[in-house]
Each structure stands twice: as structure tokens, then as C-alpha cells.
Design a protein around this ligand. Sequence first.
Ligand code: PMT
Length: 395
Amino acid sequence: MLSLSNKRVLLGITGGIAAYKCAELTRLLIKAGAEVRVAMTRSACEFITPLTLQALSGNRVHLDLLDPEAEAAMGHIELARWADLVLIAPATANSIARIAHGEADDILTTLVLATPAPIAVAPAMNQGMWADAQTQSNIAALQQRGYTLIGPDSGEQACGDVGLGRMSQPSDIVAACAQLFDTGFLAGRHVAITGGPTREAIDPVRYISNHSSGKMAYALAEEAAAAGARVTLISGPVSLSTPERVQRINVVSAQQMLEATLTAAEEADVFIGVAAVADYRPLEVAAEKIKKNDDEMSLTLVKNPDIIWEVSRLEKRPELVVGFAAETENVVANGQQKLASKKLDLLFANEATKTFNSDDVAITVIDANGTTALSAANKHVVARQMLQLIAARLS
Ligand code: PMT
């Protein structure tokens, strides 16, 4: 089940009595970690309402091929490209025949032709229709094209017949869909990451901050999502776009980062503190722009909360709390000191001046057992190595 984590499933519903089971199917797909969008034929709407599926999937249901509203948001070609899997359930004899013959006159058949994603079909029909030579030839044509056939099951049918043709149970369909994907090494895990700098306001136009670009944190977030994790990225102000399948929470100050982090960390398996959090903030933030009347001015700074330490001592602590240390001298010794004082499970130490805003990074991995070096490479390459080290330490 866990291999549907982060996967995008486009559920195509056609008009058969088994369509009512799509409420449960949608719920189970989401429970298994998938994001679900639904497209329905007009006859499917006779058996289950689009509103039910909209409520369960959390997304607008697609009904018409030419829908100005949908085209403005997610039109059928975009939807076809969005999917990691197109699942047609229930697939009636008529819809199977139309797909087998390459028709494209409604939203569902068009999506099937347009998508580069794998397609799975869960047939549902009367046992006589299923056994019919034409249906069997249509099914064989779909299988030859690489479609995955899920079911049908045998049993009592809505029409009173007994035999092969019932749609498979939603739980069996979800299990069959999960088998279509390789399980990523972080599938089913929730990773929360802080990244970028924080800004501490002095007055409405000035702030204290640092040179963090967010590149390291965003590389980790993207690679963690690619490895199947659910990722929450709590980001200070950076000019990077959000990686796909990553939930980004924007913050500005250390105090805001702390609040967002504590909420995310409570339900995370792994917390990675990559952010370069400003250690101090002005005691007072001037309401108006400060005038430069004097040759000298002084600011009183107060210590910001140590976010990773607060995560480390949570009652519902993530299984792994992983820190970074950006140092200009004594990289390993300072890293070891931070690992111990912040009660971290693992720490990645790097040279601050070489790492800030660079595309590459060299890391010393520090834990209770000692240190290991990861040679300088692109941040994405190193991020994958870091995540593998993290995954190996998870129970
Ligand atoms: O963003 P880039 O340009 O890609 O640069 C990457 C990076 C240099 C920012 C990154 O690789 C890095 O080293 N991040 C940690 C920077 C840092 O502030 O280190 P620190 O030694 O001050 O803090 C140690 C740890 O405590 C870090 O995990 C930090 O996130 C955390 N911390 C620090 C202070 C604080 N108030 N709260 C914290 O959570």
C-alpha cells in the first residue's frame, strides 16, 4: 500500500452499478498516500454524484471534454500529463470496447489516449457480457497494449446472475495499483525540513539575515519526495520554486519558523534542520524607518529560540532529528559539539563560506559512532546520499 505514497492517480469512472464503490476506492487510494483526481462519464453520474467524489478526493471532478472552467485550471491534456496512473474503475463493457477501438469523444477516452502514464482497468459487467468473445477480444487488445487488468471477481451480480464480472473489491484494486510502482526507500515516511535564512526585522525596511539560498534544503526536499516521502518544507524567504510533491510553508522570522516547525515535526518521522536561523533578533522592532541622525547606533539583540533543540525535546519527537552545522573553522569539532548539545541523531557539517549559495557541497557526516566524509558534489547528489544514510537509521 505504501508505494502509492506521493503518487497521482487519475480515477476514471464509467457508468455501471459498481460505480458506488468508487467512494470507498477514492478513500482507500488517499489513505495509501495517493493524490486522486476523478474524471466521470455522464452515465457514471447516474450511479454516484460528482459532489461525493469531489468531497472525498478534495479536487474538482472532471465531467466534460470541453469545459471552459476546467480548461482554465486543469484541462484534459494537462490532467493526462499530471497522472502517474490512470485507473478506470468500474470499466463497463462499452467503455472497454470504446477504449480498445481508440475512440476519443468524451473526457475519459480522450484522457486514455493522451496520457503517457500506465493504465489499469477494473472491469465490471454482467457475466454473459464478460464472457462474450467481443469483450474478450477487446480485453486482449488492451492487455497487448500494456494495460493492467484488475479483476473482475466472481460472485452474485446486481442483475441476479452468478459468475465472473463483479468489480474487484476497492482494497484489492488499491493493492494491485500499489504493485505497479517501485517502492521508494522513504515511502510512507514523513520528512519535515527547514530551509533558507530567517529575517529578523529591525524596522519596516531593514532586517538581520544571512546568505543562505535554500538550495541545500530544496535539494533534500525534492530528493526525499522522489524517494517516496511526504515532505513538508518550512522555508525562509528564498527565490526558489517549490519542488513537485512538496508541501511548502513560507515563514520569515525564526519565531514563525519555530511555530510552523513544531506543528510539522509532531507528525514527522524525520526532521532535518537545514535552515540558517538567525541566532539573534532585535529586542524591539521600530514602528517607523529609523532615521540616521547619529554617527553610531546600537541595537540590543536577544537570542532566538533554537528550533532544532525544541524539536529534539518534543514529547512526540520524530524518530530521527538531523542537524546541519555551517562552520568557518574547526568544522568537525564544532559539529560534534552541536550534535551533543542539541541531542541530535545525525549531523551534516559543512564549510559555511564554500556552501552558502553554491550548487555543490562537501559534507562531514557526524554521529555518535564517528565521522565520515562525503566528497564535494552537486547538492542533489549529496542530498540523495544523506537521505540514504537517514533511511538506513530508521526502524
Ligand atoms: O541554503 P544554502 O545556500 O544551500 O546553504 C546551505 C547551508 C550552508 C545553509 C546548510 O548547508 C547549513 O549548513 N545549514 C545550517 C546552517 C546553520 O545555521 O548552522 P548552525 O551551526 O548555526 O546551526 C546548527 C543547527 O541548528 C542547524 O541544523 C540549524 O538549522 C539549527 N538551528 C540553529 C539556530 C537556531 N536558532 N535554530 C536552529 O534550529
